[in-house]
Design a protein around this ligand. Sequence first.
Ligand code: HEC
Ligand code: HEC
Length: 425
Amino acid sequence: MSLRTFASVGRRTAALAIITAAIAAWLLLPIWPAAWTDAQIETLSSLWIGSLESLPPDPSNAVAENSAAASFGQQLFFDTRLSANGAISCATCHQPERRFTDGLPKGQAIGTSGRNTSSIVGVAYSPWLYWDGRRDSLWSQALSPLEDSNEHGSDRTHIVAVVATDPSYSSIYESLFGAAPGSPDSHSVDRTFANIGKAIAAYERLLMPGPSRFDRYVEAVVARDEQSQKEIFSDDEVFGLQLFIGEANCTQCHNGPLLSNHEFHNTGVIAFAGEVPDKGRVVGVRDVLEDPFNCLGDYSDGSDCAELIFARTGSELIGAMRTPSLRNLENTGPFMHKGQIETLAQVLQHYNEAPPAMIGHNEAQPLDLSGRELRQLEVFLRTLAAPLATADQWLRPPPVNVEENSGDQAGGNASGDSILTTVSL
Ligand code: HEC
Ligand code: HEC
């Protein structure tokens, strides 16, 4: 055998070995997703939007279910007169077309907010508001941006004056709350301010997530309809879902039909260079206990404040943020409490590495997933996107004056759903 022939045989053997190794590696990977077990089907059903219970009442807000209050709240949500410069409304940052976020790392209005603008879709289910949970009701939360120097930059005296001097606002206010806004009797500035928050909260309670492709897939799984399962989800999406509820352990925190446990966790998200790490819930819990507009305060309409009374405290809350819902990932980036992570792929890379937290302790463990598995998780997460379950009329500035809607509809609806069908603007 000449040297040349010998070299060519060697090359062929090497090529064969590489091909064999590649086939072997490929065979080790599952080609088709395994069938769902009963236990997995139970988990899937718990994530299904159909398992979302109807919105619990908010006893601290007497107008929470009131459709006239929701219409008034919608007006206020889009009203720039409430701001110091006449140019900012809640919708400046919570833009309906971006699922009530703004596409920025941090909210931007009169100044720059401290954190990333949260989507408010479905947030009425959460006992705590803000990334650090420093408010305990939608209505008490709504008061904070109005007086935040970076957001509306206004103050309660100005806000109450806007409502008191706009004839349609003051008339609907009076019909809802039984006295003129800011009147010398019991409707002091603080009480009127709290009531304005309650109307905004009644509006926000209508913003609900709708069924996604994922939810249709779960229905097909529960019905054991394999044909529909194949039509609804690609194999990669099924693999991604298997990882999500299995090896990647995402459902430890992202569980229930909103894909959030509404609890606080430290997941080791790194602060921007030059910024002090965010202390998160450990400060948030202190703030909510001191808030004069909390459930135990003078302006609350109810007395069931168990969540607040038994709020968890402790050093494990250092750097902990509230688990966000994952039903809102299209068009809502950048992600995390300060918008530190730009893309979903980078979020998954973060979980794969699970770096040590800058303060406190990262509860998530490194995952060691392959690039292919991370892509499968990402395509699965995108199947959770869906339009809101809320009628379009609520997703834009109200076209007509509140006055036309006032009065006759005051008096409470049993559920958000009935409000959607009974009010026509
Ligand atoms: C400058 C932009 C900006 C404006 C204006 C603004 N927000 Fe926000 N909003 C934010 C940011 C940023 C956060 C998160 C802040 C944090 O957690 O510390 C937030 C959080 C919230 C939350 C909590 C969501 C959750 O998941 O916990 C609600 C509800 C909310 N805003 C409603 C409103 C309402 C109602 C108004 C008007 C009265 C308003 N916002 C005005 C930027 C804004
Ligand atoms: C230990 C609880 C926990 C686990 C486990 C967990 N998450 Fe999270 N997730 C959170 C918390 C808390 C945040 C907010 C963290 C922050 O901003 O600092 C978050 C944020 C996110 C975000 C950003 C959402 C947004 O609107 O900014 C995505 C996407 C996400 N998680 C997906 C996942 C996936 C996928 C997995 C599984 C690989 C996972 N999470 C595992 C608690 C957890």
